[in-house]
Design a protein around this ligand. Structure first.
Ligand code: SGN
Ligand code: CA
Length: 539
């Protein structure tokens, strides 16, 4: 208690952050926050084992809680990370898309934890364009980072380039820090942030062979023609057949494309392959060429007789082989870190979280990527264990959001959160309370016009319905009946049967916009700011 007070006093002097200490301090749990980039819940066997086994990630749910309705507020990388760190929606923390830099005057929960005596470290992908504040140690990837022989921006040594595979390197850094740099008299907050399985989906060499020969069940909506939905679904650019590139995504060697007369169908080009596979050293490249060369040979024979349907099916399999293949190393890494905690007696007092910065399409609606409020990208995986607090093997169906992490971690650490954070602590849920946690989630996506061309939209999601407003170069509303149409194939906004529901949701959405301090004025302001960036050539 004395120590907690002292920490409060010292940190009150050294920081202007607003926080206060609670009276009864529990034993200050350590927090290990594991987040991957673009990891769809469909590719975690604790959710579904149709595609992949992830025994190590699953351990977190077996020893803790699986959240089946966890969701994000804005399904894109850097904005999601900003929401997590600040506990505020994008329109208030300012990081509405991947382009605007993160405003470092925002107060983040790691700064507060650090000021309250936590030792803090971050390894892996941040994607802010600036360094994280509130961390005693960090090694982060510049921008998106690379899979092979990646560069890191480090707190102590500036920019470094390491030899190896990014997932393994981030895992090694994390374990090394726990082993050699952890101050044993302090609780820690450790962010272990994978780049995988982000596009262009490069697996580790040891997983090439296993995955390149496998085939995976197709989603029922792979050949979706978007009938029954509005312009946004028709005009996106994230279709496997239309918008994936042959070289970077499907790994067709550029010389083979030339021989077959294949032109990239989209703005991406062969450089995408050269920049990524091109980073491999001669030994790595040899293994790559041998395995992917065989796949290329078969493709050379098949391509001339492939129909568009065949091409779509082939694209899907190729996509899954590399996407799921790149998760294999993530799962192994998670296993190693969990084993380390256990072997060193750290597992009992450590909260372990596994999540992704958003969900991802694995061929549903014929898509890859994310961004939409539709389920596969709106929902995100979430598994949390906290021995002694969360009952092992439990499941939770509440609509928890990435907005809730900041307050959850502060609450778990016994620290009052700043009053302007907008989430809710999940600690009551951990303790088996927290029924009716959130009856409606608010969502707002901004990055348009941009890669994948998903239009700006905001909306409200309840257990039963989803109301969406697409705006900017369009003014369209969509309404989905989530229970009767789980694949979101039919917009019932103009169906008279749903008139009451629609009117009710309009009111609720307007109230949520007020509650979270979002507004048309802010929508316009962000459009203006975006146009300025476009003019300056930064987009
Ligand atoms: C890159 C990817 C896109 C992806 C964005 C944002 N193209 O531009 O497919 O949507 O990043 O991803 S790539 O060919 O360069 O890989 S995010 O996870 O950072 O939001
Ligand atoms: Ca992402």
């Amino acid at each position: 208690m004395k120590k907690a007070l002292l920490i409060c006093l010292v940190s009150a002097v050294t920081t202007t952050l607003f926080f206060s200490c609670k009276k009864e301090e529990p034993k200050h749990p350590n927090i290990l926050f594991i987040m991957s980039d673009d990891h769809a819940y469909q590719a975690i066997s604790a959710y579904s084992d149709k595609l992949l086994q992830t025994p190590n990630i699953d351990r977190i749910a077996q020893e803790g809680m699986l959240f089946t309705n966890a969701c994000v507020t804005n399904s894109i990388c850097a904005p999601s990370r900003a929401v997590i760190l600040t506990g505020k929606h994008s329109h208030l923390n300012g990081k509405v898309d991947n382009y605007f830099p993160f405003d470092t005057t925002n107060v983040t929960f790691p700064q507060i934890l650090q000021a309250n005596g936590y030792q803090t470290a971050m390894f892996g992908k941040l994607h802010f364009g600036n360094n994280p504040k509130g961390f005693d140690e960090f090694k982060i990837l510049p921008d998106q980072g690379h899979y092979y022989n990646p560069d890191f921006i480090t707190k102590k040594e500036g920019k470094i380039t390491l030899t190896g595979y990014v997932t393994d390197l981030i895992t090694d850094m994390t374990i090394n820090w726990l082993k050699n740099e952890r101050e044993k008299d302090k609780p820690f907050f450790l962010a272990y942030l994978h780049k995988a399985p982000h596009r262009e989906w490069l697996p580790a060499e040891r997983h090439y062979k296993e995955f390149i020969n496998r085939s995976f069940p197709e989603p029922t909506t792979l050949f979706d023609d978007y009938e029954g939905r509005g312009r946004a679904a028709h005009e996106q650019e994230m279709n496997l057949l239309e918008h994936m590139n042959w070289a970077g995504d499907s790994k067709i060697f550029p010389e083979n494309m030339d021989k077959l007369g294949i032109k990239e169908s989209h703005s991406y080009d062969k450089a995408n392959y050269t920049n990524t596979v091109g980073r491999m050293n001669p030994e790595q490249r040899k293994v790559w060429d041998a395995t992917y060369g065989k796949m290329n040979e078969e493709f050379m024979k098949r391509y001339p007789s492939m129909s568009r349907t065949d091409q779509m099916k082939w694209r899907y399999q190729r996509y899954m082989q590399d996407y799921l293949g790149s998760i294999a190393a993530v799962d192994e890494g998670v296993g190693k870190v969990l084993d380390f905690l256990k072997a060193n007696g750290l597992d009992e007092n450590t909260i372990v979280v596994y999540t992704s910065d958003q969900g991802f399409y694995l061929g549903e609606h014929g898509w890859f990527d994310k961004r939409f409020i539709y389920d596969e990208s709106f929902k995100t995986p979430l598994l949390i264990k906290w021995p002694g607090v969360i009952k092992a093997g439990s499941k939770n169906t509440q609509m928890v959001q990435n907005l809730d992490f900041a307050q959850t971690f502060l609450d778990a650490a016994g620290i009052a959160a700043p009053a302007d954070m907008q989430g809710e602590s999940l600690v009551p849920i951990f303790k088996g309370q927290g029924q009716n946690f959130r009856d409606a989630a608010y969502y707002h996506y901004y990055e348009y016009p941009s890669v994948h061309m998903v239009k700006r939209h905001y909306g409200i999601v309840t257990e039963k319905f989803k109301l969406i407003h697409f705006y900017y170069d369009i003014d369209e509303w969509e309404l989905y009946d989530r229970l009767n149409d789980p694949n979101e194939m039919k917009n019932v906004y103009n169906d008279p049967k749903y008139a009451n529901v629609r009117d009710e949701l309009h009111k609720k959405l307007a109230a949520l916009r007020v509650k979270y301090k979002d507004s048309e004025a802010l929508d316009k302001m962000y459009i203006e700011k975006y146009k300025e960036l476009e003019k300056s050539g930064k987009i």
